[in-house]
Write a protein that binds this ligand. Sequence first.
Ligand SMILES: *Cc1c(COP(=O)(O)O)cnc(C)c1O
Length: 376
Amino acid sequence: MRPIQMVDTKNQYLKIKSEVDAAIHEVLDSAAYINGKAVQDFTTALNQYQGAGFTIPCANGTDALQIAMMALDLQPGDEVITPSFTYIATTEVVALLKLKPVFVEVDPQTFCMDPEALRKAITPKTKAIVPVHLYGHAAPMEAIMAIAKEFGLAVIEDNAQAIGADYQFSDGTVKKTGTIGTIGTTSFYPSKNLGAYGDGGAIFTNDADLAHKMKMIANHGQQTRYYHEMVGCNSRLDSIQAAILNVKLRELDKYIVARQTAASFYNAAFAGHQQITSPFVASYSNHVYHQYTLLLEGVDWVGLVAYLSEMKIPSMIYYPVPGHRQKMFAAFDLPKLNLTTTDWLTERVISLPIHTELDMEQLSYITENLLAYINR
Ligand SMILES: *Cc1c(COP(=O)(O)O)cnc(C)c1O
């Protein structure tokens, strides 16, 4: 059996090696290392794939969130509502911009923002909501957008884990996640579903003014070189990464199917087990399985992770410490938060290997060993 990895970017690369290598060499030959044709081509292709109004490439998914929040003219102390059960980048930028992160609960089935918790967290100081499409499953955007509209709030979708996912509204309209809110952001970190071979990110919006502004912010606040109209930052997608991503974007739908196939295998193996809950898929969304995350009940979880590791099966806990318990926010004078669902989930989730290169032999080995440990 081939060794099992949490993500297998190497074998994925080998299948598209000739195209990727040619794309990289084209950039080298053109010497357009910064904002070259590769960046324009990829941006156009991604914009079309997403069905977005505007797509702005940038250096990484964290910058994408920061640029989005800078463009909304939020003032120090303004409140931004985010889930606590997410990767730190989502909330870190809120703090970095001297805004106040307000953590809310997630739904224990979807692991995404709970709209009722969101509604209760809104105060006169609330200015923005940042739902996260965690693990590759969409947050309940229809409900979130309705609340945002009611209170006049901006919505930034953190789509770093769900690029390619579809969201179906109750009227049947289907949109790509990341194109529903005021702004959407994503990351091309190598392990993401659309991963570069280095860092990268992008921002989506349907608002022409915001698009123009975010493009300027990502480029030192300038439209005309050396005339800086606002404080911005330096956040560019590298031309070589864009060339690689342009090849990989053509594979994205196939990659999603490969992840879904692996997930179906897991689901079938764990179906009906008393102690194992497989990932939930809401009627409004498909799942693109950035992670395949189980909820375990009554399992010696630390022992399981150690056992799997002994059997050379990697597994991860995403995320061992939720935002509201991170030291970095200690100085933030956040209200004493009682996020019982988030804490409950944190002690029960485990993510198994999921990627485009898993074969049946590996999947059987993983499920057999996991079940053997739990059924002991
Ligand atoms: C990966 C990720 C980010 C940050 O992306 P980087 O490109 O690593 O900066 C933000 N939010 C979520 C939910 C992520 O998973």
